[in-house]
Write a protein that binds this ligand. Sequence first.
Ligand SMILES: NC(=O)c1ccc[n+]([C@@H]2O[C@H](COP(=O)([O-])OP(=O)(O)OC[C@H]3O[C@@H](n4cnc5c(N)ncnc54)[C@H](O)[C@@H]3O)[C@@H](O)[C@H]2O)c1
Length: 442
Amino acid sequence: MKEDHNFEVLHRKVAIIGLGFVGLPLSMMFIRKGFHVVGIDYDSGKISAIQQGKSYIQDLSDTDLADAMQSGRWQVSADYAALAGADTVIICVPTPLSPDNSPNLSYLTDTCARLSPLLTPGQLVVVESSTYPGTTREVVLPLLEKSGLAIGQQLYIGYSPERIDPGNTSIAFTAIPKIISGITTACEQKLNELYSQVFEHVITVSSTETAETAKLLENSYRFVNISFINEFAQLCDRLNINVWEVIQASATKPYGYSAFYPGPGIGGHCIPVDPLYLQWKAAEAGTTSRFIELSQQVNDSMPNYLADRIEQELQGGKKLTAARILVYGVTYKPNIADVRESAALPLIHTLLQRGAIVDFHDPYVQQIKLDKDTILLGVELTDERLEQADCVLVCTNHDVMPIERLIKHSSFIFDTRNAVSPALANRAGTKLVILGDGKATS
Ligand SMILES: NC(=O)c1ccc[n+]([C@@H]2O[C@H](COP(=O)([O-])OP(=O)(O)OC[C@H]3O[C@@H](n4cnc5c(N)ncnc54)[C@H](O)[C@@H]3O)[C@@H](O)[C@H]2O)c1
C-alpha cells in the first residue's frame, strides 16, 4: 500500500464504528496515512467479507482491501472489545428516518450504549453520522458520560460531518475540507490534532450544533434546488421550452448561479433524509422550513408526473395498463450500487400500481424491494426485451449504459436524465422524450 505520510502519527490507533459507505473508505484513508485502524461493524457478514478481501463498496476494490490488510495496521471485528487501546473512536452508523419521518437515532444510541462501558481515560469520540443540531450534546454526551469520565479532561467528544461523495473520483477524500467541533475547547483541540494529520483543510466551528447544522444546510440546499429544477422542468414542458438548453445557457454565468439538473426525484441516504432531520428539530422549536416542506411536495409528486408523461407519449395511444416498461438504472445516482431512497423505486411502484408491466435492468443491482411484500428481480438487458418494451425508461445513466444499443432496439425511450442523444435517436427513427424537453402535448 502506498503510504501517504511523512510525520509521526499522533492518535495512533483509530477505531471506526460502522463500516458502510462512509466508514470503510474512512478506514482506508487513515491506514494510508499511517494509522492503525480497528473497524467495528455488528454486521458479521460485512466483517467476513472484509476478512475474505471482498469489497462491498463500489469505490473500493478488492485490491484496496488486500493492500490495507497487508499493511498489518488493519483489524476488523463485530466485537466492540476489539477497540481496546484505541486513541480515537469515530462513529459512522446510519441515521435514517422512522416511518413517521422523524429521526431514527437508534443506531447511534445503540453504539453509544455499547461504547460507554469500554471507554478509557484520554480517548476522543467523534460522531460523523449526519444528524440534527443538538444530537452530540443532548443525546451522545449523556450516554458517554455514563463511563464516569470527565468530559474535556478524561474523555473528549466532538462532531465532524462526513462530506464524502460516493462515486465521485474528481476530488480526493483528503482534499474535502473537514469541519470540526468539540463539546469543550479541549475536545475541539483533540479533533484538530487528529484531523489536521489527514485532511488538507480543517475548519473549526464554535459548537457541535454549528457543525451538525452545516451538514444539514449543505444537503437541504441540494434538496431545495433539485426539487426546484424538477418543478422548473415541468414548467418548461408545459411552455414548450427545453429546460436542458435553458440550464446550459444560464450556467454560462460566471457568478451567482449553480447548475442543478432535473431527474426522476431525489434519492440517496442523505439528501432526502437530512432536511427532514432539520424539519423535525424546527418543529420541536415550534417552527418550520416552508422551503423544505414545498420541496418535499414536489419530490413526492414526481412519480405521478412521470407516469402521466410516459402514458401521454406511449405510441398508438396505448394506456399504462397495457404497457410494458423496461427501466434502465435504479440506483439513486450513476455508477454506484446504492438504491437507498432511490427515486426509481417510487416511480416503478407507481407504474406498477397504475397497471403497467415493469422490468428493470441495472448492472449494479440484482433486486429491489418496493414495499414489504414486493421484491422485483432485475433482468438481463437483451435486444429482445428492448424490442418488446413499449417504453424504455432511463432512470439512472450509468457510464456503462449502452446508449446506442438502447436506441437501436427500442421503439420509444423516455429519458429522465438527458443522457440519450436526440440526434442519434432521430437518425435511428427511435422516439425519444427527455424530461423537461418542452415537448409535452397537454
Ligand atoms: N453514504 C453517504 O454518501 C454519506 C455521506 C455523508 C454522510 N453520510 C452519513 O454517514 C452515516 C453512515 O452512512 P453510511 O452510508 O456509511 O451507512 P451504511 O448503512 O452504509 O453503513 C453503516 C454501517 O453501520 C453498521 N452499524 C449500524 N449500527 C451499528 C452498531 N450499533 N454497531 C456497529 N455497527 C453498526 C451497519 O451494519 C452498517 O454497516 C449516516 O449518518 C449518513 O447520513 C453518508
